[in-house]
Design a protein around this ligand. Structure first.
Ligand SMILES: Cc1cc2nc3c(=O)[nH]c(=O)nc-3n(C[C@H](O)[C@H](O)[C@H](O)COP(=O)(O)OP(=O)(O)OC[C@H]3O[C@@H](n4cnc5c(N)ncnc54)[C@H](O)[C@@H]3O)c2cc1C
Length: 377
């Protein structure tokens, strides 16, 4: 009987299983993950909540085997209709300073549960130090503040995320933490103890220290299988490993040859859809322009496209003079990216425009009365 063994029950692994079920895959499907019931990661930093994709009964009803184990060794598939799919995601980067192990990451449901317990244990609001003001660090700082903690956010830049949000919006969003009662410190953390950190040589006391300094692809299993790995498991456009066509890699652990590695939820979903097409032998999946979101201080931030391709930017201000959107244009003046706060349907409109290589006028970009329907008309 044909088989698909998916290693990793994150959004990529679960979504692949769901596609295979929906497309009546005729073989056996199993997912191995030591963390058990597959769950979604974005809610961890937004609410410290564990949100499974589906109840246990979905797996039972659809004959999807769930194996709660860390896979340490694997064999390459032997039969032509057997597939191994590596959906192993990422692991948090280690904080390599003296005492770095005193910081907790926020990457798994177990991390979120532990952090939540520490936050709840302080009667008058725990002192929390967050190292790193990227997507996860900024979101968690906002969540901890909402839960009553006294939060200090340490970043090595005044505009963290400028490379993905655009400089102007990155600066504004970072400065906005102070308006929500978060203390921001720009500098380097050089030492940690169980309840303190040295930042720029100054001692900061904290009951909880969380490090959110980025992730790296989890490729140990791919390496054990002898697959080609270079900042991710290298795959072709069908998600096939360059080293073995019966092994697919999807999601944050994978990188398409000659492309940058993406670490976003929607990209992982599209990889999964493509992997299902490869296994089922159906038409290739149409990829959309890249998109991700982030939520902090009750603001919904979205980025479409790629700011690394932007040679210049145009900002749109709201009626209070705050940046609402930033558009990125390449050297030819073509729209390549946009970031926005509470943009409603704007992200979808910008996606369509970038896909069509359409470029609205500078006046349209700037005008806050030009909505998603009018933009580019
Ligand atoms: C806190 C947090 C918040 C985020 N918020 C956003 C957001 O707002 N917007 C956005 O676009 N993206 C966000 N992301 C990124 C997004 O969640 C990831 O892009 C997505 O989870 C990638 O899915 P994945 O399935 O590739 O990997 P993962 O979700 O990392 O899942 C990989 C799974 O593989 C398992 N695994 C690894 N090795 C093995 C092994 N050897 N054996 C068995 N199992 C193994 C792991 O246990 C893990 O469950 C966030 C990420 C985090 C951590």
């Amino acid at each position: 009987m044909p088989s698909v063994h998916i290693i990793g029950g994150g959004v990529a692994g679960y979504t692949l299983a769901r596609h295979l079920v929906q497309q009546n895959y005729p073989g056996s499907i199993k997912i191995s993950d030591a963390q058990g019931l597959p769950y979604d990661r974005p809610p961890l930093s937004k609410s410290l909540q564990f949100e499974p994709f589906a109840p246990l009964s979905w797996y039972q009803d659809n004959n999807v085997g769930l194996i709660q184990e860390e896979v340490e060794r694997l064999q390459l598939p032997q039969a032509a209709d057997d597939w191994v799919v590596l959906a192993t995601g990422t692991r948090p980067k280690a904080l390599e300073i003296p005492g770095g192990h005193h910081a907790r990451s926020l990457h798994s449901a177990a991390d979120a549960a532990w952090i939540s317990e520490v936050l709840e244990s302080g009667m008058f609001g725990q002192r929390v130090l967050v190292i790193g003001a990227g997507l996860v660090g900024a979101e968690f700082a906002s969540t901890a503040k909402m839960l009553g903690a006294q939060v200090t956010l340490v970043s090595n830049s005044n505009a963290p995320l400028a490379h993905v949000l655009g400089q102007e919006l990155a600066e504004q969003l970072h400065a906005d933490h102070a308006n929500h009662g978060i203390t921001t410190v720009t500098g380097a953390v050089t030492e940690l103890g169980p309840n303190h950190a040295l930042v720029n040589g100054q001692r900061h006391e904290a009951e909880l220290i969380v490090a959110a300094i980025g992730v790296e692809p989890e490729t140990a299993l791919a390496e054990q299988l002898g697959l080609e790995v270079d900042d991710g498991i290298l795959v072709d456009a069908q998600q096939r490993s360059l080293s073995c066509p019966q092994v697919l890699a999807i999601g944050d652990a994978a990188r398409e040859e000659n492309q940058p590695r993406t670490v976003h939820w929607e990209a992982a979903m599209e990889d999964a859809a493509q992997a299902a097409a490869t296994i089922m032998g159906t038409a290739a999946v149409q990829r959309s322009v890249s998109w991700f979101w982030s939520d902090r201080h009750e603001m919904h931030v979205e980025t479409v496209g790629d700011f690394s391709q932007a040679a210049s930017t145009v900002t749109r201000l709201n009626r209070r003079g705050k940046i609402q959107m930033v558009f990125g244009l390449d050297a030819n003046g073509s729209l390549v990216s946009a970031s926005m706060i509470d943009g409603g349907l704007m992200a979808k409109a910008v996606k369509r425009l970038i896909a069509k290589s359409a470029t609205p006028s500078i006046e349209q970009f700037k005008d806050p009365t030009v909505g998603p329907r009018e933009l580019g008309r």
